[in-house]
Structures are given as C-alpha cells and as structure tokens.
Design a protein around this ligand. Structure first.
Ligand code: FAD
Length: 295
C-alpha cells in the first residue's frame, strides 16, 4: 500500500487509505437508484484524503472510491452540495455486486471513502456565461453539484439550461428538485423520456430532441455533458452544429478503475488516465478518441 508523503511532520496526502464514514441516510430515487448521505465516523467536517489541507471538500464533478467492507471498492461521483462540508452524498444505480451492496446499506453502517479524485467541471471558467447542462440517466448525479453551485452563486452566471433524458418517468432522478430548479430565474429545465406511458405529458424522445426548445446562446455558453457515451457523442455533435466550439464543451468519461491515482492503468484512455486526467475532459482533448469504438 502506498504511504502518504509527510512534510514538517504533517500527513499531506493519503490517497490509498480509506477514511471511515457512517451512512446517515438512504433515499430511494428510482426503483434501482438510491442516494446515500455519509458523514465522518468521528463527527466534524468531512475530509479530503487527497489533501487534508484543502478547504474545499470536493470540486463539482470529482468522484470518491467508496469501499463496501467485505465486498469491494468502486468509483462513485459526488452528487451533493459542495457548500455542505459536513457530508458526502452519492447517487448510486444498482447494476452489479458492489453497487447492490452499497445501496443495500443500512443507516449506521460503516463505509470507507478515498478521495476526492479527478478533474472537476469548469465552474470557475464558466462564470459570466450561460451554462448548458445535458444529462442522461444517472449522468445527472455528477452534474447536480454544478447546479447547486450555480443556484447559490446566481449573480455570477448567466442563463442555466438543463436538458435531461431518462428511460421512463419512473427513472427520473431528483424529481422534486427538477421542479424547484425549473422555477428559478434565468433557468430552463427540459425533460424527456424514451417511453412516456399514458400519463406522461412532457417530451418523449432522445435528449437531443430537446435542442429545438432550448434557449441556447452558443457564443456565450459552456456545455457540460454526462451520460452514456453514445448519448454524449450525439449531444456534442449537435452542440457543435448549434455553433459551440469544441473547447466550450466538457464531458465526463467512465471506465473501470482500481487505484484512482494513475498507477494501475485500468482506466487508460488513449494517452490519458480517466482517474487523474479526467473524468471531466474538454471535448477537443478527446474527440478523436471518442470516434474509436472499443477504446
Ligand atoms: C469516475 C466514475 C464515476 C462514477 N460515478 C457513478 C455514480 O455517481 N453513480 C453510479 O451509480 N455509478 C457510478 N459509476 C459507475 C460505477 O462505478 C459502476 O457501476 C460500478 O463500479 C459497478 O460495480 P458493480 O460491482 O456493482 O457491478 P459489476 O458487476 O462490476 O458490473 C455490472 C455492470 O456494470 C458495468 N460496469 C462495471 N464497472 C463499470 C464502470 N466503472 N463504468 C461503466 N460500467 C461499469 C459492467 O461492465 C457490467 O455491465 C462511476 C464510474 C466511474 C469510473
């Protein structure tokens, strides 16, 4: 196991050592997706095991390595409010052994957390501009901290446009919040589903079908995308067709990973490691890689 570097007797970084956390809340979002609220076992503020001296707990878009004892460790994006320093919030879709074990934890259970890791969304660079957020399914989770940040610093940003697609109405995350966000000033929230059913009164179709309703101002926008890779490929192309340059578009990539600090090589993506050069990339950095299937 890697040990932390020390300087003047102070531990500066322990990226491989999980910090002990307790599950405080588990909330059902959809039939297979749950949001967990974790707090440090010893009370007090949550901490960054990467740099304890850093006052920021995490940057919107970063992820943790979450350890379910006796089962395994998995990368999960932080989906909570970056201003709330006493907690870490994760929204997890149960797709296999580790995610199922994580969403099945009871309140009071112990969980190990490493991180936060990776690059964040460019919330500072986006100041003064419109934000166009495009999410598919669980992809809204890593973008929710950006929405919290923008809404609590409203005067620093221009228009907020959220385009969100899910498989069906019952797969929509954060329903109450979506309704609250839609009522905020200079904010447009458009939602679509693949299959609506009889009682669905909103849009039906893939998320790109929402572009015709979106109030886009391409020359003054920064776009942030997260969802299935095929969806991000089409959304990025459509944004370009609407006049955004590749360097105005950011997307979050997902690959299997183990160490999260660039050693194991599991998440190599061309010349990049998703864990430390990503998960958030600017589109012009990875567009040629995204056209290569199997990579
Ligand atoms: C940076 C990053 C952030 C993530 N954030 C979230 C999040 O906020 N919420 C969430 O629910 N999930 C997130 N994931 C995905 C999550 O880590 C995987 O779903 C999880 O590792 C699957 O483990 P498992 O044992 O439950 O499933 P497994 O039994 O390992 O796999 C079940 C299925 O999921 C696929 N899979 C496994 N791992 C991954 C992976 N890393 N990426 C894509 N597909 C995978 C497998 O191919 C298989 O089809 C993130 C992944 C990364 C890399």
């Amino acid at each position: 196991m890697m040990t932390g570097m020390t300087m003047a007797g102070q531990e500066l970084s322990q990226p491989m050592t999980p910090a002990p956390y307790l599950v405080r809340e588990v909330a059902k979002e959809t039939p297979d997706t749950f949001t967990l609220l974790l707090q440090p076992e010893n009370g007090g503020a949550a901490s960054s095991s990467v740099n304890p001296a850093d006052h920021k707990l995490f940057e919107p878009g970063q992820f943790s390595m979450v350890w379910v004892f006796g089962v395994g460790e998995l990368p999960i994006s932080i989906s909570g409010d970056p201003a709330k320093q006493d907690r870490l919030v994760y929204t997890v879709r149960s797709v296999g052994k580790a995610t199922h074990a994580l969403v099945s934890q009871n309140v009071g259970a112990g969980i190990g957390v490493r991180g936060p890791f990776g690059t964040g969304w460019p919330v500072d660079e986006a100041r003064g501009q419109d934000l166009v957020i495009v999410a598919g399914g669980i992809g809204l989770a890593p973008l929710r901290p950006v929405i919290y940040h923008v809404l609590s610093h409203r005067q620093e940003y221009d228009r907020l446009v959220l385009l969100y697609g899910a498989r069906s109405p019952r797969d929509l995350l954060y329903r109450k919040e979506l309704a609250t966000w839609a009522r905020q000033r200079d904010t447009q929230v458009l939602i679509t589903v693949d299959y609506g059913g009889l009682s669905w009164r909103h849009h039906v179709g893939v998320v790109t079908t929402l572009f015709k309703y979106a109030r886009l101002r391409p020359t003054r926008s920064v776009a942030m995308l997260c969802g299935p890779e095929i969806m991000m490929r089409f959304v990025a192309r459509d944004l370009e067709a609407h006049g955004l340059a590749r360097n105005q578009i950011y997307l979050s990539m997902e690959r299997n990973m183990k160490c999260a600090v660039g050693f194991c090589g599991h998440c190599q993506y061309g010349p990049h490691f998703i864990c430390k050069d990503g998960p958030v990339f600017r589109y012009d950095q990875i567009a040629p890689l995204m056209d290569k299937y199997e990579l």
